[in-house]
Ligand binder design. Structure first.
Ligand code: NAI
Length: 345
């Protein structure tokens, strides 16, 4: 089978470093991918383009799949997040972030196996913010029945296909009775009418965060609206070693963009020390997606080889600095590729 065209967006900050690292690893297993590199974020602005160039959007629509590095968003001023724009323009409504322990990465818990499903297109990220008077500002939380129903359906279907047992919705419907109330109503309805065999619970988000850090094993799949999903993703990353080890995917009806949960990490950008594992794990998710949607077993084979190699690398104690080790980005890539080659011989 010929190779799959995939858009590669290096992004900003550590983005070019970690995506280049992931690319070397994909090349080491001869993954059947053909990358088309496109810009977004500050990298695009610096070239005189828009932060999210139309050519990048069209390339993803054409290829159907992208691997994306993180993009920087200015805090408290400037342009709308490229990430939010991309998810809204391509209608990538479901973010999926698997959060699992990895052998070799010491953490407080050793039984974390969560999947976070985040509604990706609305809520407080709808971008409706106003200056009402000089000293009053307002941000609007938007929830539509269409999007709440769609993410609930997607979440239950995902849980069924992946043989997960339980879905927990984190919410704040005690305070945001109408918006979070709608999110809950849609989830309940989908559960009762279509997926009664999946266990379902609702937890107020503040208590849910406490429960997560006390005993994450009580949760399985978490279903959240946009902002809660964003925040809880990083909290959960902290349970398994940090942002360097949590991958992610953004799915629409026909398109999928794979990216780590982490951002552009300006504090370490350009130093060559970022952990490339989260984006590498995202590329494994991408290969599995291609295997399923394009019926190409060679993608699954590449994914399995990379996964086996990173598990071996970590178990052997080859860790980047964020995980308490001493390897820089290139050192980790070398260690991982060594294990890919060792498995081949
Ligand atoms: P961040 O995720 O970039 O960094 C948080 C902390 O985690 C930093 O100390 C950083 O050094 C560390 N870290 C993150 N990834 C790492 C890696 N792979 N290896 C080692 N350490 C890592 O979050 P922050 O600082 O809040 O945001 C920085 C920028 O990234 C902002 O402009 C933000 O808008 C953007 N961002 C972009 C995202 C995306 O493109 N999907 C997601 C999150 C943030």
């Amino acid at each position: 089978m010929s190779s799959h065209d995939v858009v590669l967006i290096p992004g900003d900050g550590i983005g070019p470093e970690v995506t280049a690292a992931a690319r070397k690893i994909l090349e080491a297993v001869a993954a059947p991918l053909s990358f088309q590199v496109h810009r977004a974020g500050l990298a695009a602005l610096e070239q005189g383009e828009e932060v999210l160039p139309q050519s990048t959007v069209e390339a993803i629509q054409h290829c159907g799949v992208a691997l994306k590095g993180p993009c920087t968003t200015p805090v408290g001023e400037g342009f709308t997040s490229v990430n939010v724009q991309l998810r809204q323009r391509l209608n990538l409504f479901a973010a999926v972030r698997p959060v699992r322990n990895l052998a070799g990465v010491d953490t407080r818990f050793d039984d974390v196996d969560l999947v976070i499903i985040r509604e990706n297109t609305e809520g407080l990220y709808s971008g409706v913010e106003n200056q009402v008077t000089p000293d009053v500002v307002m941000s609007m939380k938007v929830a539509t029945e269409t999007a709440c129903d769609r993410i609930a359906r997607w979440g239950f279907r995902f849980a069924t296909l992946r043989k997960r047992k339980k879905i927990t919705v984190f919410h704040k419907a005690n305070i945001m009775k109408i918006t979070d109330g709608l999110f809950l109503r849609c989830a309940r309805k989908v559960h009762q009418s279509e997926y009664p065999n999946i266990e379902y619970e609702e937890v107020i988000i503040d208590a849910g965060c406490m429960k997560l850090v006390q005993d994450p094993s009580q949760f399985d799949v978490l279903l959240l609206e946009n902002l809660y999903g964003d925040v809880v993703s990083d909290l959960c990353a902290g349970l398994v070693g940090g942002l360097g080890v949590v991958p992610g995917a953004n799915y629409g009806e026909d398109l999928a963009v794979f990216e780590a949960v982490h951002g552009s990490a300006p504090d370490i950008a350009g130093q060559g020390v970022a952990n490339p594992l989260a984006v590498t794990m995202s590329s494994v998710m991408m290969l599995n997606h291609l295997a399923e949607t394009r019926d190409d077993p060679s993608c699954r084979e590449s994914a399995d080889r990379i996964k086996a190699a990173y598990n071996r690398t970590l178990a052997d104690g080859c860790l980047t600095r964020d995980l308490g080790g001493e390897l820089d980005t290139q050192g980790f890539v070398d260690a991982l590729i060594e294990r890919i080659e060792a498995a081949r011989s």
